[in-house]
Design a binder for this molecule. Structure first.
Ligand code: FPP
Length: 343
């Protein structure tokens, strides 16, 4: 039996939950059980409903509602963002503890530059502060950090911190925490297409496409190794002289999320029914979960609730109902399968 118990003392408020052997987490270097802290009765009950062997591999979150949360308290909007970092901390620790492979948090979109400068300046500083403050927790939990977005367009100080955090955590082997920052789903696909075009035009990894875009990724990472042959003419045509078509795998390998499984679960807080230009390619088969709770109030119980709901979904990927359908979208490239077209 694995006991999830923290430092909580009050038997009334907190419960200890014993996870049956079949639900035990696999041995993992991430997070000692006590890092979950004391569990409330509600959390214990939700955890009991969760099948820990069928967790989503990748959870993506649109953290929405910070402004409304602050306004309801007659506070400036930025107070909502600041409080939102606490929720991010709980979410990160909980997901790492539950052996989720990847968690992506949408912290700043390319469209967010339309907000007042005081707010965008604050969000830039908040990310820097967040990295500095949370690095011990990140390291303690063996978390790898990645940043998704046009990092090279950010203020230099932010770029420096982002690159440093990526490097400092690169050797960690636990959950991958992706912060989508200056991120746009369409921008990501455009960047991938430009990188593919440039590669095929034979300009090499550090060259420039004819439109002037560098062929290095906009988030500073070199593109994945080209799979379709040499650069130049050879790259554009196969041995039969046919034009090489771009494949779904090739596009995926040029996205910021290269190497990560696609999200199985997309959570959006604050009740809005929109995707907001988030991971447009990757969420093709994600289960959506919209919570009315505003992000700063999206506590551990609400997260567990989302995970429980996810496990009730019947994932069909456009096919027919499968007996014992797994919660995780395991490696098979369903997109390339003849059964892919569908709901
Ligand atoms: C959307 O709420 C939220 C954002 C644009 C910023 C999200 C940032 C955080 C949660 C804090 C930073 C977190 C990390 C991990 C660095 P909104 O402002 O659009 O809310 P509203 O719809 O109520 O106005």
């Amino acid at each position: 039996m694995l006991t999830l118990r923290g430092k909580g003392k009050s038997p009334k408020k907190f419960a200890t939950v014993a996870v049956p052997h079949t639900k035990q987490l696999s041995p993992s270097p991430i997070g000692a059980p006590k890092t979950l802290g004391p569990l409330s009765v509600e959390e214990s009950e939700l955890l009991r409903q969760l099948d820990l062997s069928r967790m989503p591999r990748h959870v993506a979150v649109i953290m929405d509602g910070n402004g409304r949360w602050a306004q309801r308290r007659h506070l400036p909007r930025i107070a909502g963002h600041r409080y939102g970092t606490k929720t991010a901390r709980t979410t990160i620790e909980t997901c790492a503890r539950l052996n989720i492979e990847a968690l992506t948090l949408y912290a700043f979109s390319v469209e967010n530059w339309r907000r007042p400068k005081v707010e965008t300046d604050f969000l830039m500083q908040l990310l820097r502060e967040y990295i500095r403050k949370e690095m011990p927790l990140i390291q303690r939990n063996n978390i790898r950090m990645r940043f998704l977005g046009r990092i090279d367009e950010l203020p230099l100080g932010v770029q420096k911190d982002v690159r440093q955090a990526t490097e400092q955590t690169a050797a960690n082997t636990g959950m991958c925490l992706c912060i989508a920052f200056n991120y746009g789903g369409r921008a990501e696909i455009v960047d991938a297409m430009n990188a593919i075009l440039a590669q095929r035009a034979g300009n090499g990894i550090n060259g420039h496409a004819t439109n002037g875009h560098a062929t290095t990724r906009r988030n500073g990472h070199a593109p994945a190794k080209q799979k379709n042959g040499d650069a130049g003419e050879h790259a554009r045509f196969d041995s039969n002289g046919h034009f090489q078509r771009i494949t779904e795998d090739e596009v995926s390998s040029y996205l910021y999320t290269e190497g990560l499984p696609d999200p199985d679960l997309l959570i959006r807080t604050s009740g809005e029914m929109r995707v907001s230009n988030f991971l447009l390619w990757q969420i093709a088969y994600a289960e959506m979960y919209v919570s009315d709770t505003l992000w700063p109030d999206f506590n551990r119980a609400r997260l567990l609730e989302a995970l429980v709901e996810f496990q009730k979904r019947d994932r069909r990927y456009g096919g027919l109902q499968q007996p014992n359908s797994p919660a995780r979208s395991d490696e098979a490239s369903l997109a390339d399968s003849p059964h892919a077209a569908g709901k």
